[in-house]
Write a protein that binds this ligand. Structure first.
Ligand SMILES: *Cc1c(COP(=O)(O)O)cnc(C)c1O
Length: 430
C-alpha cells in the first residue's frame, strides 16, 4: 500500500470542503466533519500501529489531551507573560536531566520535536566553532536519523556518513578516520532508529574529546526508556552524560514519554554550550526579540501536556510502561528469531524490532507489510536492507499475540503467491 492512505476518499457523507464556508459551520457540524475526515486514518489507540504514535494508558492520553486543550492558546514565546509555562518547562527539563544523569551545570530547552532538538544541537555546534571551522562537518554513522541530513541542508553543514559495523552499531574507528580539522561534532544514537541498537557512545565521545569538539547523543527514542531498562536489569552500554565528552542529548517526550505531539528536550552539558543555540536580535522595528529554538510563537499545549503526563505517570508508571513495552518487544523478537522465513536484523537493545526476510528465502518483506495492512496492521517499511520496523510501546502488550498470528499468516500467504510489495516512506512531502 502506498503511504497516501490518510486521504479522505470522498464521495459519501460529509466530504471535506476546500473553501471557507460563506456561513460558518456549527460546532457540531464541524466536529462531525472532522470525525468523518479521520475515517481512513490508522487506528493507533487500538494497538494496531507500530509506528508514528504511542499510547501508555487511556488516562494518560485523556490527561494529555485535556492539559493541551487548556493551554493550547498560551504562548511560550514570552514566559514573562505566561509564568506558568516557565515553571512547566523548567520542571520538565529537571526531570529529563535526571534521566540523562546530567551534571548540575546542564541546561536545556523544551522543543517541538526530535527534529528541532537535533537541528538546534547542530546549529549550536556550527556557531560555537565558527571562527576556526568555516567549512564545518559532522561525522555520523549511516544509521543516524534523517533529521541530521535536514540540519546539514538547512545550516550548510557537511554530513559525513560512515558505514556501520556488521552489528549495525556505529564504527568508531571508521568515524575517527572520517574526521578532520573542520569537524564540529560526532554523533551517536541511543538507540538508532533503523535496527534499534545503541551505538558505542563512549568510543564516539572519546573521539570528540580527542579533537576538542562536540558529541551529540540522539536519544530521541531512548531518552526515557533506557533509564528504566537499566533499572529493569537490561545491560546497556553507557549512553548519557555519565560518558565524558558527551556535550548534548536529544530526548523526545512525544515518543516514549507518551505525551502529546510537539514535545522534545535538547539538553547541553553546560549553559555555555547552550548559549550558541538561542537567537536574539533588535535589528527591526519591534524591539528586543529573543527565542530559544526554531519556533517563534510556541504553543503552551505541548508543554502543559508533557508536564501533566510526566507527573501523572510518575517514576513507577514509567517503570511499568517500559517493562510492558520491553517484554512485548522481546516476545516479538523471540517469535521472529524462531521463524524459518524471517530474520531479526538485530537483538533489540530497547523496544524497536527490525525484521527482514531470512537470507535463504525469496520472501518479499514489503509484500508481508501489504498483507499485514490488509489485516489492519500498520508497520514501518525501511531500507537498505528491505525490512519491517516495529516501534513497540506499551499499547502493544494487549495486541501482539494477535499480531504474531497475522504475521505468520501474512508470511505464508506471500510465500504462496510469491507476491511483491512496495517500500513506502517514513515521512511524506505533504
Ligand atoms: C523520531 C526520531 C527523530 C526525529 O524526531 P521527530 O520528533 O520525528 O522530529 C530523531 N532521531 C531518532 C532516533 C528518532 O527516533
Amino acid at each position: 500500500m502506498k503511504p497516501s492512505r490518510n486521504r479522505n476518499s470522498g464521495g459519501d457523507a460529509l466530504p471535506s470542503a476546500p473553501e471557507l464556508p460563506a456561513h460558518g459551520w456549527s460546532t457540531d457540524e464541524t466536529l462531525a466533519r472532522l470525525e468523518a475526515l479521520r475515517r481512513d486514518d490508522v487506528r493507533w489507540k487500538d494497538g494496531r500501529v507500530f509506528s508514528l504514535a504511542y499510547f501508555a494508558t487511556p488516562d494518560a492520553h485523556d490527561l494529555a489531551t485535556e492539559a493541551y486543550r487548556r493551554f493550547s492558546g498560551e504562548n511560550a514565546l514570552n514566559v514573562d507573560a505566561f509564568p506558568s509555562l516557565r515553571v512547566m518547562q523548567s520542571d520538565v527539563l529537571a526531570i529529563v536531566a535526571r534521566w540523562l544523569a546530567a551534571p548540575a551545570s546542564a541546561r536545556g530547552f523544551f522543543s517541538s520535536g526530535g527534529t528541532e532538538s537535533i537541528l538546534m544541537a547542530l546549529k549550536a555546534a556550527r556557531d560555537q566553532f565558527r571562527h576556526d571551522k568555516t567549512r564545518p562537518n559532522v561525522v555520523l554513522p549511516a544509521s543516524a536519523h534523517a533529521a541530521f541530513e535536514k540540519a546539514g541542508a538547512y545550516f550548510g553543514i557537511e554530513m559525513r556518513r560512515v558505514p556501520v559495523r556488521d552489528d549495525w552499531r556505529a564504527d568508531a574507528l571508521a568515524m575517527r578516520a572520517a574526521a578532520d580539522d573542520q569537524t564540529v561534532m560526532f554523533v551517536a544514537s541511543a538507540p538508532q532508529y533503523p535496527q534499534g541498537v545503541v551505538d558505542p557512545v563512549a568510543d564516539i565521545a572519546a573521539l570528540a574529546l580527542e579533537r576538542g569538539v562536540n558529541c551529540h547523543v540522539d536519544a530521541c527514542m531512548g531518552g526515557v526508556t533506557l533509564p528504566y531498562l537499566e533499572r529493569l536489569g537490561v545491560s546497556l552500554p553507557s549512553w548519557n552524560f555519565v560518558v565524558d565528552g558527551v556535550t548534548s542529548i536529544s530526548v523526545d517526550l512525544h515518543k516514549f514519554g507518551y505525551t502529546a505531539k510537539g514535545a522534545s528536550v535538547i539538553m547541553y552539558r553546560t549553559g555555555e554550550l547552550r548559549s550558541h543555540q538561542a537567537f536574539v536580535t533588535d535589528n527591526w522595528l519591534g524591539g528586543f526579540y529573543g527565542s530559544s529554538g526554531v519556533l517563534g510563537t510556541k504553543s503552551g499545549g505541548p508543554i502543559a501536556a508533557a508536564w501533566a503526563v510526566l507527573h501523572h505517570l510518575g517514576d513507577d508508571g514509567y517503570l511499568r510502561v517500559t517493562r510492558e513495552a520491553r517484554d512485548t518487544a522481546m516476545a516479538i523478537a523471540a517469535h521472529v528469531r524462531a521463524h524459518p522465513q524471517l530474520t531479526l536484523r538485530a537483538e533489540p537493545d530497547a523496544t524497536l524490532v527490525c525484521i527482514g526476510a531470512a537470507p535463504d528465502t525469496t520472501l518479499d518483506i514489503f509484500a508481508v507489510a501489504d498483507t499485514l495492512a490488509a489485516r489492519g496492521w500498520y508497520v514501518d517499511r525501511q531500507q537498505p536492507p528491505p525490512s519491517i520496523h516495529l516501534t513497540v510501546n506499551a499499547v502493544h502488550a494487549d495486541t501482539y499475540r494477535e499480531f504474531l498470528c497475522d504475521l505468520d499468516a501474512a508470511v505464508a500467504e506471500v510465500a504462496a503467491r510469491a507476491a511483491k510489495g512496495e517500500a513506502g516512506a517514513y515521512g511524506t512531502l505533504e
